[in-house]
Design a protein around this ligand. Structure first.
Ligand code: PLP
Length: 458
């Protein structure tokens, strides 16, 4: 069959609250044009994030009932631990309430002023935790990763030459090396197994721990299977194990590729680091066998991990993105190519050339999309990355708008609705105006800052 269907049927539904464009215009103004400030009930299709927004399976709901809420030594923890270790062969699995808690714990041990942490591209919370510790975050993604329209199978790869030069110059200040798979901030683009192994080899040669931010490990493995020579006949769990076997630890948001609504973990091989992490965990998250989660959450995650590596699911997931991208591309709308794992990215800089980067073309696009169709997307550009630690501002490398696709939540008719919204948007694109930021916190401003539409100056 050519048609790739949603490999599930629907047992429980959640009604969508429909709104009119007039209603949405006033909601948007009341939210100071920050889409994070909208009430989710005022959103028709919510593509703000794929984090924690997926649908759990009937087996996950059943697993919740198995959850054991003992404070210490719960069987839910041991089921969770073995589900993680079946895919990621790390010695110590430390549950946290979500990914950023794992990052905060790790950076409280490895971070500190003067330290430098390289990665292909740090995600915003990772960067926030590194900078909050006084250390600096360094992005060394290959140049192809910054060219949205360029077709390359592994745009998430680390630039190995730049990375070696970075280590030659800074090795004594580097406490750890990170790699984000897939590269969320860079368009959900994958990292090849070959690149993961090469980064690991350099890390080993420099005697530095190699930590993978593995939030979308299953999507990354599916891309390796599809795109990397020699990987076509391998199972997803085998590829996943290979990716993590060459690392010394990982941070994970279980709200992504573990089908969780909440959860995360930090995994480590070094017993000394793991001890320090558990001390911090007890101080901030909870006892090491629950780490800020309920026992039932741990059971839902253990079940989710067995479902996420299903190839029928991963094919449907990646096909959804390809389907939307092919149609937007045919309309002449600049999209990041090839399709990433969890989202469709629109290149607002290439599309809205009349809006300068620091007038936030991505924000203008995202607001218009909400107004037209009630679709909530997320700016990944100068609003998210433009603010500097000294509070100055510089344009981000790319001005993207991310349509993050929640897992197992929407169907093909929702995809068609999204495509139609872009047809309408295309007709209005040249009349869109930029925004200015009128209020912002000192870091991670995109979550809470307030905007005002710019008035036309001519
Ligand atoms: C979501 C995400 C995180 C942070 O995880 P949370 O569960 O949201 O705290 C870190 N890194 C990447 C790549 C992510 O996508």
């Amino acid at each position: 069959m050519k048609t790739i269907i949603e490999p599930f049927r629907i047992k429980s539904v959640e009604p969508i609250h429909m709104t009119t464009p007039e209603e949405r215009r006033s909601k948007l103004a009341a939210a100071h044009y920050n889409l994070f400030s909208l009430a989710s009930e005022d959103v028709i299709i919510d593509l703000l994030t794929d984090s924690g927004t997926g649908a759990m399976s009937s087996n996950q709901w059943a697993a919740l009932m198995r959850g054991d809420e003992s404070y210490a030594g719960s069987p839910s923890f041991f089921r969770f631990e073995s589900a993680v270790q079946a895919l990621m062969p790390f010695k110590f699995i430390i549950p946290t309430h979500q990914g950023r808690a794992a990052e905060a714990i790790l950076m409280s041990i490895l971070g500190g002023s003067g330290r430098m942490i390289p990665s292909n591209t740090h995600f915003d919370t990772t960067r926030g935790n590194i900078e909050a510790s006084g250390a600096t975050a360094h992005d060394l993604n290959i140049a192809e990763g910054h060219d949205p329209s360029l077709d390359h199978p592994f745009k998430g790869n680390m630039d190995l030459i730049a990375f070696e030069q970075f280590m030659d110059a800074n090795s004594q200040n580097v406490p750890a090396i990170m790699l984000t798979i897939t590269n969320n901030a860079g368009g959900g683009q994958p990292v090849s197994l070959e690149n993961i192994r090469a980064v690991s080899a350099i890390a080993r040669a420099c005697k530095k721990p190699f930590i993978i931010d593995g939030c979308r490990f299953a999507e990354n493995a599916m891309f390796i299977k599809r795109r990397e020579p020699g990987q076509q006949n391998r199972s997803i769990p085998d590829i996943v194990r290979d990716c993590f076997a060459c690392a010394d630890g990982m941070t994970m948001s279980a709200k992504k590729d573990a089908f969780g609504n909440i959860g995360g973990w930090l995994a480590l091989n070094d017993p000394y680091l793991a001890d320090q992490a558990r001390i911090k965990l007890i101080q901030t998250e909870g006892f090491p066998t629950y780490g800020g989660l309920a026992g039932r959450d741990l059971d839902a995650l253990a079940q989710g991990l067995s479902e996420i590596v299903d190839e029928n699911y991963l094919n449907y997931r990646i096909r959804t993105n390809e389907y939307i991208i092919e149609r937007l591309d045919a309309m002449g709308i600049p999209v990041v190519k090839p399709a990433g794992g969890h989202a469709v990215f629109i290149d607002a800089k290439a599309w809205l050339k009349h809006i300068p980067p620091l007038h936030y073309p991505g924000q203008a696009l995202a607001c218009k999309l909400y107004e037209i169709a009630g679709i909530r997307a997320c700016e990944i550009g100068s609003v998210m990355f433009g603010q500097q630690p000294d509070d100055s501002e510089k344009p981000a490398a790319m001005e993207l708008v991310r349509l993050a696709i929640p897992r197992r939540t929407y169907t093909q008719s929702h995809a068609d609705y999204i495509i139609e919204a872009f047809e309408i948007l295309r007709a209005e694109a040249s009349s869109l105006r930029g925004f200015s930021i009128v209020r912002q916190p000192r870091m991670m401003r995109h979550f809470t800052c307030q905007f005002e539409p710019r008035v036309r100056t001519h």
